[in-house]
Design a binder for this molecule. Structure first.
Ligand code: G6P
Length: 471
């Protein structure tokens, strides 16, 4: 078994399978996200990524991807149902997002969560060098830090939660709340998106486990676990370069033409998820069409909703409701050749995505709750000419940094309507000033800065980062 001095552990491996021209299955590094962030660091050192390749049954043996070793963890059909779709996405996900849908609690799901976390911990223990740095990601794997520490006390263990961490009143609902907290506390450093989340966690460690806790440090027996906010970001330079490419600029012009050369294009791009506030946004938009404040001839809305977690009941119901509502709005307000909403559920490649960002005069990102929301950041990075209005929910983690956006409370229908109108009607100077400030922020706080600040805090002896200092 190959050993690595840096190991990333996440539910998903950072790869997609695609079919090569000769019909063979090929694995490619998936674009964007965590993998781009970490890749410059990972390829500098013998690094391994431990994760699930998707699907069920025996784990495929995968080739290295761009110099990073892929260690696959298998999931059975029961694991998929009870760990991924069950405890992770029908218990923790809704609970951590303000319980905007009812979290479900089933003992069988908890057993699967423990079993799968144990499997990830064992796979990690096998590939980590003595004293290696291990970075565990997200809510699917909250028990891994504790389990791994039992197996390998020599490791430096970090945990980062990409989603919100809820206030104690909500977290206290969880039947296995103490075990989950203890699992996370197996780490040396626990990172959250926002300072409020670290505060919530400290309160719970004190209330549920009786540990001495501040918003920065928690005492666990003879150890000190550090906690803090490390807001995740994007590869700003990569998105800006892509969006500025001549073919992408030409594609954006063509898209605008295909949309009927309207005065204003509004874009929303979400994973199809009840946390994203898609229904609330459609309702607000429909009322603006009904009142005549927005006219189909002048303004088009492009709503991209990428299907997600399609076997989970709440997601199936949501998709049906959204599609019914889009149909109703188009039936009521559209004209032949002029739909009110262009609704798409197909995947896009990165260049097409960048062209969509460039065509959008207004980007509406209005989740009810979101850990960060990288789409908001990507839009800002793509606006290379400092135009474009970002309409952003106060309940997205990104709002803490991008406070020059047009901020709205998506639960307040009238406020949401006003926000849409303000963004549509804003003058070029106001839009330009806000966009410049946000772009400037993202150039300084990109994904490399995020990975570096987290890893240097985790690896406070500096051994790993000294070796990687040239990246
Ligand atoms: C969120 C989570 C990620 C997850 C992603 C896509 O951003 O924080 O961990 O990978 O959603 O969801 P999926 O269920 O397809 O992995």
């Amino acid at each position: 078994m190959r050993q690595s001095s840096l190991v990333v552990v996440a539910n998903r491996l950072p790869i997609d399978d695609s079919v090569a021209p000769d019909g063979a299955c090929e694995w490619r590094r998936s674009p964007g996200g965590l993998v781009s962030a970490l890749h410059p660091l990972l390829r500098q050192t013998p690094a391994t990524w431990v994760g699930w390749a998707g699907g069920t049954g025996p784990a495929p043996v995968l080739p290295d991807v761009d110099g990073v070793h892929m260690q696959t963890v298998p999931l059975s059909a029961d694991d998929l149902r009870d760990h991924y779709e069950g405890f992770a996405n029908a218990t923790l996900w809704p609970l951590y997002h303000d319980a905007v849908e009812q979290p479900e609690y089933h003992r069988r799901w908890w057993e699967a969560y423990q079993r799968v976390n144990q499997r990830f911990a064992e796979a990690t223990a096998e590939v980590a060098d003595p004293g290696a740095v291990v970075w565990v990601q997200d809510y699917h794997l909250q028990l891994v830090p504790g389990l791994l520490r039992e197996l390998r006390p020599d490791l430096r263990i970090g945990f980062f939660l990409h989603v919100p961490f809820p206030p104690p009143e909500l977290f206290m609902q969880l039947p296995r709340r103490a075990e989950l907290l203890r699992g996370m506390l197996g780490a040396d450093l626990i990172g959250f998106q926002r300072a409020q989340a670290a505060h919530n966690f400290a309160q719970l460690a004190s209330k549920v486990l009786g540990l001495p806790a501040t918003d920065r440090r928690i005492g666990v027996q003879d150890r000190v676990v550090r906690i803090g906010a490390y807001p995740v970001s994007i590869d700003t330079a990569e998105m800006a370069a892509l969006a500025g490419r001549p073919d992408v600029t030409a594609r954006a012009r063509r898209l605008r033409h295909d949309l009927g050369d309207p005065e204003r294009v509004i874009l929303s791009l979400d994973r199809m998820d009840y946390t994203k506030g898609i229904e609330q946004r459609l309702k607000a938009y429909s009322e603006l069409l009904a009142s005549g404040d927005v006219k189909v001839r002048d303004t088009v809305l492009v709503q991209v909703a990428m299907p997600s977690r399609e076997r989970v009941g709440q997601y199936q119901i949501l998709r049906e409701r959204i599609e019914r509502e889009v149909g109703r709005i188009n039936g009521e307000f559209g004209r032949v050749g002029e739909p009110a909403i262009h609704y798409l559920t197909q995947p896009f490649d990165r260049a097409e995505l960048a062209a969509l960002y460039r065509v959008a005069d207004v980007m509406a990102v209005t989740p009810l709750r979101d850990g960060m929301n990288l789409v908001a950041k990507e839009y800002v990075a793509a606006r290379v000419d400092d135009t474009g209005a970002l309409l952003l929910s106060e309940f997205a983690g990104a709002a803490a940094e991008l406070d020059q956006a047009y901020l709205v409370n998506p639960h307040d229908l009238e406020g949401l309507k006003q926000g849409i109108l303000s963004a549509l009607r804003a003058g070029p100077d106001d839009v330009g000033d806000r966009m410049r400030a946000m772009r400037d922020h993202l150039h300084r706080h990109d994904i490399r800065a995020w990975a570096r600040s987290y890893l240097s805090a985790l690896d406070d002896t500096g051994s790993l980062l000294t070796r990687l200092s040239s990246t």
